[in-house]
Design a binder for this molecule. Structure first.
Ligand code: C5P
Length: 235
């Protein structure tokens, strides 16, 4: 396989514990996701170190602010050399366009994706903040807005992937968490899919945390998923 769709979620409290895992991994096998907790603890210089080690890094900070602030924050994130970053689609069209403009048009700019509706929000929570319709309708509406604003894709549940690929086209990247190999524990994820099923449904990238980070042998767990995907692709 030329590039790997696996993004390992580095959900650790500090760089020391994250590095203990990273040292066992190889950039040909996975990409890395750095979220709010680790970024706040370890900082941008440490993210640059990960990039220098050769890993494509997804900076998962989900910016949501006025357009000018988000545009400048996206530029600062791009300057770290990350491969992918994200914002909240609920920030609106002007904010999404400013985020995209913040990255400029250089060929090696990071991919910019949006979170549509947090998967922690159901219809009740949507109505609380004045959003009408079902979560699926909101996901599609915000996915369309994201695409029309020039972004490269969305974070979505694997259950939404087939519908979003059909509606938004093959080039629009779908990044899916909630992935569990058949043998792994669910943890607090309710609606999960195996790596192969998620790819078959249309996911382009798979965010995988605990099935790798909490495994007794994380490298072995990653290799098993990698093998499953590679064999599935050539089957
Ligand atoms: O450990 P697990 O595989 O459940 O980790 C999934 C990762 O994806 C975590 O970093 C989590 O914050 C993130 N995520 C998620 N569900 C979403 C969006 C992000 O689980 N809807």
């Amino acid at each position: 396989m030329k590039t790997t769709p696996i993004i390992v979620a580095l959900d650790y409290p500090d760089e020391r514990s994250a590095m203990a895992l990273v040292r066992q991994l190889d950039p040909s096998l996975c990409r890395l996701k750095v979220g709010k907790q680790l970024f706040t603890a370890a900082g941008p210089r440490w993210v640059e170190q990960l990039v220098k080690l050769g890993f494509p890094v997804f900076l998962d900070l989900k910016f949501h602010d006025i357009p000018t602030t988000v545009g400048l924050a996206c530029k600062a994130a791009a300057d770290l050399g990350v491969w992918m970053m994200n914002v909240h689609a609920l920030g609106g069209g002007a904010m999404l366009r400013a985020a995209r403009e913040g990255l400029g048009d250089v060929a090696d700019r990071p991919l910019l994706i949006a979170v549509t509706l947090l998967t922690s929000m159901g219809e009740t929570e949507m109505h609380e903040i004045g959003l009408n319709g079902t979560p699926q309708e909101a996901v599609l509406r915000l996915g369309r807005l994201t695409q029309a604003s020039g972004l490269d894709g969305v974070v979505c549940s694997a259950q939404e992937a087939t519908m979003l690929k059909r509606e938004l086209g093959a080039q629009f990247n779908l990044v899916t968490p909630g992935i569990r190999p058949a043998s792994a524990a669910l943890g607090d994820q309710q609606r999960v899919m195996t790596p192969m099923a998620a790819l078959a449904a249309g996911a382009d990238y798979l965010v995988i945390g605990r099935p790798i980070t909490h495994a007794p042998n994380p490298l072995q767990a990653l290799l098993a998923i990698h093998q499953e995907i590679t064999q599935g692709k050539t089957a």
